[in-house]
Write a protein that binds this ligand. Structure first.
Ligand code: TMP
Length: 226
């Protein structure tokens, strides 16, 4: 258990439609991994605490209007700004390394509630070209594991009802679900999000433990969609 030597942390992303349970599951995963002695942090995108994040938040609350391309690039910029956090001394040269990468290499596992897949799925569901949507995400760190919480859009809509945010509409969420399907790759693990919460949690824990162990053994960190 816990951290050993120079082993790195895992980059674990939770994805899914609005109301699929990502936020509940990621906040349950955090104390579980902490309890096992792993250094771990919970992140989420959009990060509404930055200047870019405030613009995104205002757009989502329908308080401002932006065209589809602009908001897409803001969501992406919000990931890049969290990646790019300064410099550190590496032997005798000044190397640049992201906050995200530094954390992972120092052994911290990151649980991330939404990432580039949300960016591409939501924007391409509006009709933007999928390759155009992927382009600004290229070069961000690739997750070691993407947990996709799979739920029929109708079921998600029944869960406590949607709030007032821009994308919380059934017809739109159906399109998002189709776009997510196109993005699945070898790092994805699909979990049936209609199962009881404890069962979803158990499946997530198993996959995550597996992934964290593989990363400790030295799985290479790679870049997204290059
Ligand atoms: P949240 O409810 O998880 O905070 O996400 C806010 C909304 O933003 C949600 O409907 C998904 C959407 N979204 C995008 O359209 N692009 C993105 O890159 C991200 C991270 C979220």
């Amino acid at each position: 258990n816990g951290q050993c030597g120079n082993s790195r942390g895992a980059l674990i992303v939770l994805e899914g439609l609005d109301r699929s349970g990502k936020t509940s599951q990621s906040s349950r995963l955090l104390p579980y991994l902490e309890g096992l002695g792993f250094p771990v942090e919970l992140w989420r995108f959009p990060d509404r605490n930055t200047c870019v994040g405030e613009m995104i938040s205002s757009y989502l609350a329908n308080k401002s209007q932006l065209d589809d391309q602009t908001i897409h690039l803001l969501f992406s910029a919000n990931r890049w700004e969290k990646r790019d956090c300064g410099h550190y001394k590496d032997k005798n040269r000044l190397a640049e390394r992201s906050l995200m990468e530094t954390k992972l290499r120092s052994g911290t596992t990151l649980i991330v509630d939404r990432y580039s897949y949300s960016g591409v799925a939501f924007s391409s569901a509006k009709g933007l070209d999928i390759e155009w949507c992927k382009a600004p995400e290229m070069g961000l760190l690739a997750p070691d594991l993407v947990l996709y919480l799979d739920i029929p859009p109708e079921k998600a809509a029944e869960r406590g009802g949607y709030g007032s945010e821009r994308y919380e509409q059934l017809e739109f969420q159906k399109k998002v679900a189709e776009c997510y399907k196109i993005l699945q790759d070898a790092t994805w693990k699909t979990v049936d999000a209609c199962l009881p919460m404890e069962d979803v949690e158990r499946q997530i824990r198993e996959s995550v433990l597996d992934c964290v162990t593989t990363c400790q053994k030295g799985r290479t960190l790679s870049k997204l969609w290059l």
